[in-house]
Design a protein around this ligand. Structure first.
Ligand code: IVH
Length: 717
């Protein structure tokens, strides 16, 4: 490669990575698999390692830097970071609106923007000429802390704005990069990520966080950015501070503008012309908050017009132009009746609270999580205590702590039982571990049951008709000892069992049979390896391609995968090193379960190109190769690296490569340009695709036109 080529390749890789970050974090609609993304990152890393002079601070490889030398430096905010006045009911919101109208004059026309109030922590990001130069916490609103190094590790925060030439899902002109822009927003953690993090922290014997907000705050204030980098933090932009070079007139316009710059803006923000409509939308969210993947403590109503905002002004720290409509807290007090223990599929014993039934936000709660024995001891939670129970999102409610003042002396301190409640084996606790375990891995009926329940569950092998009840039956009768035994069930097993008619048996056995061909990552999830959920399983499946290859990999090899850390790698390697795991894999193969990967990596979005194989050569005018490949695959086609008789089309770009071109000529394979390809996606009719009949048109197509993948049925937005 010449230096020019090298520089171009490095730039192109960075642009592609930024684009895919945007698809993943902002649009929530990835167009390539994690493995393909990792390949891009790896190539960029390798090129930068070989040519350190090409490294720039805004390169996607440079997210995790060295720790700042001492404490976080203090930063003065040029524009104060305000707070919000609260309303706790509709009457409070109406009172705010009446006051607003009085101040603006009763005839003023007022529009509103309603946004979810994310329960995280406020930060400010300063971009100069589109490059992130500083980020800070809110602090007291005037002075915050410089946490730039930590904020840089958050993947949804762009290190550089508007990083690619076209941006699906946005309607504004895309060339405005303000010389100075301060972006205000919220750093938060999704509820599921928070729960997983707590599990990992608990397993490592570290302190767990009380809620997603504390977890986010704690993660952002880590001294070492590499620790922050491992925390699943995310960001939503909801406003601006200082700005130069663009004039924004309304909150709504600001949100759209931030989105065009590649910043994640909440999709549920809406603009309303009438107060009653805004209020109705708030009401809707009160009942729909469980649908969100993150915690919200309310909604924010903002006056849309900046001119009106200025007119209304600020009292103390609270702007008069906005109000937080807080949702009722989803916490309640109840009595802790008992603590029972559950045996998990890896033998971990978890204590669970049985409480006096209590209604929390419309749901009757009878059981709540107590995490582990240390949690109970640290908080001194006793049986008989009044306890605070909290419900967050869709997850299992948990006990926050006891109300000590309400004790009457009858409360009892709880102790972890000495033996497994299912099989009577003495429990063990490994040095430095929080969890107690039943070591009877192969035989404990509770563990077997949990493992099979997990295997048949939706996120794993998804076997319809087999639920807890059926699994219990199979295990109790001794038909099934491990997951492979499921595939040995026959109609005869069900002879004389009540409720199992021939139709039902046939359906059930069919569903089991069908599951033999599930994609590899589902089988990996189904094995129930610690720390291996859908995302990690997909990475492992993409990379290793078969269960045998994965089982043969060392912890180091697994650790080398982008996005997989040492704890996960060690857990996977440990799992496959066990003799019983090796035996299980052999058994799964024997009963006919597919243990190799196949199938497309991108979820199909159409089948216009089904059965067609494409080869790409040269640079296309408006799409990167990865984008083209993703489009083809998304429409059911295949992309191959070399031309053969099986090739249906050669897609040619500006400077097509020699061999592919000549080989295609030899074989008489049809050649199409980008416009021709777009035509195949169904863009050939009418004015939508003038390029289709005109060979030159593709070359003159500006990159802007690719904002049309939505029309291609890709629905990126
Ligand atoms: S606006 C008016 N918008 O709520 C300027 N804040 O209680 C204040 N928050 O410190 C910020 N989501 O941390 C605004 N969509 C949103 C928000 C939001 C969450 C937080 C933010 C702020 C706190 C005020």
């Amino acid at each position: 490669m010449t230096t020019d080529d090298l520089v171009r390749r490095v730039e192109s890789l960075r642009e592609q990575i930024r684009y895919h970050n945007y698809c993943y974090y902002v649009l929530d609609e990835p167009v390539i698999s994690d493995a393909e993304y990792d390949a891009l990152m790896r190539e960029l890393r390798d090129l930068e390692a070989a040519h350190p002079e090409l490294v720039t601070p805004d390169s996607p490889t440079q997210r995790t830097g060295a720790p700042p030398s001492e404490q976080f430096a203090k930063v003065q905010h040029a524009v104060p970071m305000l707070s919000l006045a609260n309303a706790f009911d509709e009457a409070g919101v109406r009172a705010w609106y009446d006051r607003t109208l009085r101040l603006l004059g009763n005839n003023a026309h007022v529009a509103f923007v309603v946004e979810p109030k994310i329960d995280g922590l406020a930060v400010t990001l300063i971009y100069r000429d589109g490059v992130l130069v500083r980020g800070a916490t809110r602090g007291d609103g005037e002075i915050g802390e410089d946490v730039t190094a930590n904020l840089r590790t958050i993947p949804s925060i762009p290190l550089r704005l508007a990083p690619f030439s076209q941006m699906p899902g946005t309607a504004m002109p895309q060339h405005i990069i303000p010389p100075l822009l301060e972006v205000r927003g919220e750093v938060y953690m999704r509820i599921a990520d928070f729960m997983r993090l707590n599990e990992q922290l608990a397993a490592a014997g570290e302190k767990i966080a009380a809620n997603p907000r504390n977890a986010a705050a704690g993660s952002l204030r880590q001294k070492d950015p590499s620790v922050t980098a491992r925390r699943p933090l995310r960001f939503f932009a909801y406003g601006i501070g200082q700005v130069e070079g663009v004039e924004l007139l309304t909150q709504w316009e600001t949100l759209q503008f931030l989105r065009t710059l590649g910043l994640p803006v909440n999709r549920d923000a809406r603009r309303f012309e009438r107060f009653e409509d805004a209020l109705a939308y708030c009401r809707e969210w009160m009942t729909r908050r469980d649908e969100l993947e993150y915690e919200v403590d309310g909604v924010v109503i903002k006056i849309d017009s900046f001119a009106q905002q200025t007119e209304l002004g600020v009292v103390g720290r609270d702007p008069r132009w906005a109000i937080a409509f807080k949702f009722p807290a989803r916490e309640a007090t109840s009595r802790l009746l008992d603590i029972v223990v559950n045996v998990g599929r890896t033998g971990v014993i978890t204590p669970n609270a049985v409480i006096e039934p209590v209604n929390i936000g419309g749901v009757t709660v009878r059981n709540a999580s107590l995490h582990n024995a240390d949690y109970i001891a640290e908080r001194d939670i006793r049986i008989g205590d009044y306890v605070i129970v909290k419900r967050a999102g869709d997850v299992i409610p948990y006990i926050v702590g006891p109300v000590v003042a309400r004790r009457d002396g009858s409360e009892r301190v709880w102790q972890m039982p000495a033996t497994c409640p299912a099989c009577g084996t003495p429990l063990e606790r490994a040095e430095g571990e929080v969890a107690y375990r039943c070591p009877n891995f192969g035989i404990c009926p509770a563990q077997i049951t949990r493992r099979i329940e997990h295997f048949v569950s939706r996120s794993a092998m998804d076997i319809a008709g087999v639920g807890e009840k059926q699994v219990q039956l199979f295990v109790e009768r001794g038909w099934v000892q491990d997951v492979a035994d499921l595939y040995t069930l026959t109609p005869e097993h069900f002879n004389g069992i009540e409720g199992y008619g021939s139709k039902r048996i046939a359906n059930l056995l069919n569903a089991i049979e069908e599951s033999k061909n599930r994609p590899l990552h589902r089988l990996i999830v189904g094995l129930g390896i610690r720390y291996v959920g859908e995302v990690v399983a997909q990475m492992l499946a993409d990379h290793f391609g078969s269960l045998d290859a994965l089982a043969a990999a060392s912890a180091d090899e697994i650790d080398d995968l982008e996005g997989i850390g040492p704890a996960i790698a060690a857990s996977v390697a440990e799992y496959f090193s066990r003799p019983e795991s090796k035996a299980l894999i052999q058994k799964l193969k024997r009963v006919g379960v597919r243990t190799v990967a196949t199938g497309p990596v991108v979820a199909p979005k159409g089948d216009t190109l089904a059965g067609k194989t494409f080869v790409i050569t040269g640079t296309l005018p408006s799409m990167s190769r990865e984008e083209v490949s993703a489009l083809i695959v998304a429409h059911g086609g295949k992309v191959s690296g070399s031309v053969s008789r099986k090739t249906d089309y050669l897609v040619i770009g500006n400077d097509p490569g020699g061999t592919k071109f000549t080989r295609a000529q030899e074989l008489g394979i049809p050649m199409i340009d980008e416009a021709g390809l777009l035509a195949l996606f169904g863009m050939a009719e009418g004015s939508a695709s003038p390029a289709a009949e005109n060979d030159d048109a593709a070359a003159t197509t500006s990159r802007g036109t690719i904002a049309e993948p939505q029309q291609l049925g890709l629905s990126l937005d």
